[in-house]
Design a protein around this ligand. Structure first.
Ligand code: BV8
Ligand code: ZN
Length: 247
């Protein structure tokens, strides 16, 4: 059983602002495949073939087929113990912020309130021409859904080579700069500028805690590394905190 460091619990007891920077790994116990793992989404598809604007213009049907396949999985998925623990921690700390790379909405469904979605949301869609949002049921009867202005409607996620939504990235950056404890949960930390937030938090003096089933690019830069499933480690840290907080 993973030992939780007493010094981490002390850091949490003195913390006002906590940030959870999350990636696909936090949703894998909800049955949503990660991108780069052994069973990863990218094994079957290559990002350059699907998660970019040119691929969408070249073959919108294929890209929509992929996103509809993932939307179905997301709709059937449930938040797991890691998402739920983060939501519960909102009742114990002054400020809990989620800065997620995930597009699956599970943090919101778990009850987290302050969330920055750096890479968009798979349940949102917008017109590539007039940028109008189309978040109701889409009509695929004529192939690719079209806006009333005639433009193609696309998934509301951030593709490679696209800028992150300014308000979302800025919100994540400010949270990282203010964090007393910055958890990095279930991310390979290879995608930028998102992964850069770990270094922003560290430069601002936050205690960095990584939770992952294996070593990553940032493991040598964190204060604490817990190797294990997020759905097991996070609840354990919170239990230890609650035990000590009352003592
Ligand atoms: C941009 C779309 C400015 C939505 C995604 C060279 C060097 C550095 C950067 C670049 C470069 N070349 C290009 C770039 C920029 C590029 C980038 O970073 N590329 C990387 C791959 C090299 N970034 C961009 O293009 C970004 N935009 O830079 O704009 C710009 C603008 C114009 C011109 C130039 C520049 C846009 C990035 C967003 C791309 N969109 N997805 C979708 O379809 O979902 S990225 C994709 O990767 C997902 O969004 C995902 O969130 C993200 C990160 O992946 P992870 O979440 O970390 O998932 P992964 O599978 O990798 O890892 C899972 C982890 O969980 C593993 O570590 C595993 O061990 C762990 N795990 C598994 N199970 C568990 C677990 N941990 C705990 N518990 C478990 N149970
Ligand atoms: Zn339009």
């Amino acid at each position: 059983m993973t030992q939780i460091d007493k010094s981490l619990i002390d850091a949490l007891r003195n913390a006002e602002s906590i940030v959870f920077f999350t990636g696909a790994g936090i949703s894998s116990e909800s049955g949503i495949a990660t991108f780069r793992g052994k069973e990863g989404l990218w094994n079957k598809f290559k990002p350059e073939e699907l998660a970019n604007f040119d691929a969408f213009i070249r073959n919108p049907e294929l890209v929509w087929e992929w996103y509809n396949y993932r939307r179905k999985i997301v709709h059937e998925a449930q938040p797991n113990a890691a998402h739920l623990t983060i939501a519960e921690m909102q009742n114990h700390f002054k400020e809990v912020t989620v800065v997620t790379q995930n597009v699956d909405n599970l943090h919101r469904r778990a009850g987290s309130k302050k969330i920055f979605e750096l890479h968009g949301n798979i349940e949102k869609n917008f017109c590539i021409n007039c940028k109008k949002f189309h978040n109701k049921e889409l009509d695929f009867s004529n192939g690719v859904p079209e806006c009333d202005c005639g433009g193609l409607i696309r998934p509301g996620v951030v593709w490679f080579g696209e800028y992150l939504p300014e308000d979302q990235f800025r919100g994540g950056e400010l949270a990282a700069m203010k964090a007393d404890v910055f958890f990095v949960v279930g991310t390979s930390a290879v995608v930028y500028p998102a992964a850069g937030l770990v270094y922003t938090a560290r430069a601002s003096g936050a205690t960095i805690v990584e939770i992952n089933i294996e070593e990553t690019e940032i493991s040598s830069s964190v204060n604490y590394s817990y190797f294990g499933k997020a759905g097991e480690i996070l609840p354990r840290i919170f239990e230890e905190y609650k035990l000590r907080a009352d003592s």
